[in-house]
Design a protein around this ligand. Sequence first.
Ligand code: GAL
Length: 657
Amino acid sequence: MKTVRMPLPGVSLGCDYNPEQWSPDVWREDAALMRQAGVGLVAVNIFGWSNLEPSPGEYRFDDLDEVIELMHANGIKINLGTGTSSPPPWLTTQHPEVLPVAADGTVRFPGGRQAWCPSSPVFRKRALDLVERVARRYGEHPAIALWHVSNELGCHNALCYCETSAEGFRTWLRGRYGKIETLNEAWGTSFWSQRYGAWAEIQPPRLALSLRNPAQLVDFQRFSSENLLDYYRAETAILRAHSTVPVTTNFMVTAHIRNLDYWSWAPEMDVVANDHYLDHRLGEPVPELSFAADLTRGLAGGRPWMLMEQAAGAVNWQPHNLTKAPGEMIRNSLTHVARGADSICFFQWRASAQGAEKFHSAMLPHAGTDTVAWREVLKLSETLGRIGEVAGSEVESDVALLFSWESWWSAEGEARPSQAVTYLDQVHASHRALRANGVTVDVIAPGTDLTKYKLVVVPGLYMISDADAQAITDYVAAGGKLLVTFFSGIVDERDRIRLGGYPGAFRDVLGVVAEEFGPLLPGAEVDLSDGTTGTLWTERLRTTTATALATYENGPMTGLPAITRNAYGKGTAWYVATKTDMSDLLKEAAGATGEKNDQLEVVRRKNGDRGYLFVINHSPDPVELPAAGHDLVTDQPVTGVLRVEGGGVAVVREEAS
Ligand code: GAL
């Protein structure tokens, strides 16, 4: 089992703190208010470089010293940033070659943040010099509880197309393929006269006049993810040389950032940490929060993790930045805890008065403490204090959903059957349907041992290796249940089509074969024989050994199967070949009972025999559920029926069974 090194005991409360933006008298007020709010952990020095090293080689630590001592004196632990996330202006002025280059060959200038090329040796040397100084100075300071490497690595700069990156890409390709002929075969370079004769001829996939080579694109994503991970390792090695404190960086498991393959990153974290912001560009932001939390737990190997950033209210980077209604932030926070978080932190402590984030919410808003936002923070703090005993427990789940960044990168290539089909839409739809049926889902990587699961869901998993596909087939043969949705199993890791009909890797286990895709235009609908409708996608599908559960009543595939079920070995496998409401099907496959309710989250964490039942009621109406034990939130006994008010939360320590 993966060991996890949480910075604090219990379910802690924390935040980003940017004292560089304020004067020392404000720092003292902050420390006092942090104590009042029960803040236990502050992330400092996240964007500290230009203050710590105002000119090359001139280091000034007085302010950071003072802030750390102030926090220490107030019993607040430090999540210490290495400070390298954004280079100071002197560095990009002296060495413009550190600046990243976009796919169209144009430079991305400083003036924002993260303006550095992940392959730049100059950037790396300067950054590591700073890390060395910071680690040496504070590595053994008793207030330091966690190291925070850089910040959201790859948020803006993951893909750099400069000459230095091109050289790094070539070196990486040599390591992967060994011989140029192997690369030619993997990339299918006979197509469009792309055959390479020498490594030096290979470029990163810069913008071209027409469609680019999809295998090259996916390899560039792989290279870029590994390249930044290598950078993370370089910073971490220095920290470990000077300190025994756990090390992490903040992931971005969200709906709009996808550049790093966190399955390969997560094992290198002492504790997995995620930043999550409700995304109102999605139709349904709250279920996406639950999905992201389940995926973060998957990255943590099922062990507890940290929510490193969330917003107390609105963010500032969406087109319409909605605030949170009273109670909403607490429900969101408890949803993260229910799904495995043992630390809830915010970006940020005090709302900025200047800079690009001055309209981003904070725990302490511009209007001060006589505010709803501040009172909500105090209430959350009290709640986290009351439920502290859940820390260390693990989420109970017997349904898995397979998720893959590699597949995401490749599924959304430049030329595909339908631009309207996106990977996350498929993943979210499956997760949402399970969640609405009260099913807690483990989101795991292809290749993970599946034996403990009674159902495995595979939404839109376009790319899969032979070995991972075989493991899924074996799982069903041994008695497992599997549900696959369209555009799955189409290619191998080289993005090469699995020939012989779709859904390539899953044809046998599903007992179907499709000879052609039949995407639908946006807005078009087809009727299914089970009374539901399909949108977006159909297939010219026939069953081999499966049974059709629903067929198309109209549209291009009239009479053909849309939903099938196959008995395979001792197990059962369903295929859903169109976009349709899967609630009933997933309910049946998961063996769920009870009323569908997408406004209610019921999740159980367990510590040995001890169960903690989390109930989060997103609706305005009260709910009643069977439960017995003690509600830690209200400190009241629960004797058979738990009533949770509209918008309320409960965490019941269940009577040991
Ligand atoms: C994150 C970042 C923070 C802050 C926040 C705003 O991407 O790590 O520094 O910018 O978003 O939502």
